[in-house]
Design a protein around this ligand. Structure first.
Ligand code: ADP
Length: 432
């Protein structure tokens, strides 16, 4: 409160009281009833205060800013201060409403669907796009659990165990052709934002690409089998004819390469199509599987005479798709054999550590430069194309491994140092 105004109000108040006292004094002198007149003066003064108190209560209840109490003294100052407070709070309220409108307009303009969820995953608010594409109803959906409207086990997992960077793909409950990428982000005071982005175009393009590759590979397989069959017959027929034998054998080698390539492409296509397929819960004797693969690999290894060290935990078993896991172990072991020079050392391990199962293949080959590590699991990414081809590689091995690891919710780690060698490790989380 402005101190000058307060002093002025107090002076007025003192003047009023003094005036009352002077009046009572004069009246009591002229009438002779001093204490009655004095009490009457005090009563009037009290009435004056009650009157203003009543006016103030009335004004507070009416809540009208324009309804100003005209009075003097301390009461006037109290009223002025209350009106000021009321105006400040109204201005603040207006600002808040404007801010809220802006924020709603923003959420309605962005192309994503946005849903605000409370700690129990119940819907608190959502934008227009969520209304249009996620099947939420204007008032009915508020307070309902999001999983009741978008019922998908992947969403439940994302809400309970998901990390900020995790995302899942979901079909819109309104239009099954629309695909959304869903992310959960922390919001204010324990609430969370569900952000849904329409990725239908990308999804269908990717599906077309996958279907195209699968169909082409499939279509190429039959003519290639016929060609290989004829080449085998020709090889026998021209076994003694040096002029024909060499080109026939080159053709055979190339058709084998193509067969391997088509086989890997078909494996990848199948893996892409099976991403949602449940993994069997039957425990697999991984050590025995690895042993048979190593025995087959030793045949490949004869020429290079590698030293292969094995350390396998026979008791350690995990649930998984046997064909897929065989493919992982075969790819990593054959890569080590392929890219490790003669008489090199290859160490293969299957072991348990901190509730995780690890399969690792370590070699002391030439290693991989750091800039390639990030891209090794891309399709057809090869450091030395010529070398990979001459060694019989298709450029798809690690891509297949990565897909299978994802399918098993496992991780592939690659460590390498040029001149020292590489280590490829598959890390499987064991159930608690
Ligand atoms: P490829 O059929 O060419 O072997 P992969 O996807 O299996 O295809 O591997 C991709 C590339 O990674 C290979 O071309 C090779 O350059 C590199 N690579 C894979 N394993 C090793 C390894 N153990 N040592 C060195 N380089 C490797």
């Amino acid at each position: 409160m402005n101190s000058n105004k307060l002093i002025f109000a107090l002076i007025i108040e003192i003047l009023v009281v003094s005036l009352l006292l002077v009046l009572s004094f004069h009246l009591s002198k002229s009438t002779g009833n001093s204490w009655q007149i004095f009490s009457l003066g005090l009563l009037l003064y009290l009435f004056w205060h009650f009157y203003h108190l009543f006016q103030l209560v009335d004004w507070l209840r009416s809540k009208k800013c324009s309804h100003l109490i005209i009075t003097i003294g301390v009461w006037r100052e109290i009223c002025n201060q209350l009106i000021k407070l009321q105006q400040t709070s109204r201005n603040r309220q207006k600002k808040l409403i404007k801010f809220l409108d802006n924020y709603r307009a923003f959420f309605n303009v962005i192309p994503d669907s946005v849903v605000i969820l409370n700690q129990d995953n119940e819907i608190e608010w959502f934008n227009k796009n969520a209304l249009l594409f996620l099947g939420l109803k204007k008032k009915k959906s508020i307070g309902k659990k999001i999983t009741k409207i978008l019922s998908d086990p992947a969403l439940e997992d994302l809400l309970t165990d998901g990390h900020e960077e995790d995302q899942i793909e979901l079909h819109s409950p309104i239009d099954k052709n629309r695909i959304y990428s869903i992310r959960i982000k922390p919001y204010i005071k324990g609430s969370r934002l569900l952000l849904a982005r329409d990725i239908s175009r990308l999804y269908w393009i990717d599906k077309m690409r996958a279907d195209f590759i699968a169909n082409v590979s499939h279509e190429l397989r039959t003519p290639l089998t016929v060609i290989s069959g004829y080449l085998e017959t020709f090889e026998e027929r021209f076994a003694q004819d040096e002029t024909f034998l060499s080109p026939i054998q080159t053709m055979q080698k190339q058709s084998h390469r193509m067969e391997n390539l088509i086989q890997d492409l078909l494996i990848l296509s199948k893996l892409e199509a099976d991403t949602d397929k449940q993994i069997s819960s039957i425990l697999l004797p991984i050590a025995t599987i690895i042993e048979t693969i190593i025995n087959d690999a030793r045949v490949l290894n004869v020429g290079k005479q590698h030293q292969i060290d094995i350390e396998l935990d026979n008791k350690l078993m995990i649930a998984g798709n046997e064909t897929e896991l065989r493919s992982v172990f075969t790819n990593l072991i054959s890569n080590a054999i392929r890219y490790t020079p003669e008489k090199g050392l290859i160490k293969i391990r299957w072991y348990k550590k901190n509730n995780k199962a690890y399969f690792s293949v370590k070699d002391n080959g030439e290693g991989i430069e750091a800039q390639h590590l990030q891209r090794l699991t891309e399709r057809f990414y090869r450091i030395d194309k010529g070398r990979s081809r001459s060694e019989g590689g298709t450029g798809l091995g690690l891509s297949i491994v990565k897909h299978i690891m994802n399918h098993h919710q496992a991780v592939l780690e690659i460590e390498s140092k040029t001149g020292k060698g590489s280590q490829f490790t598959c890390c499987f989380t064991l159930p608690k």
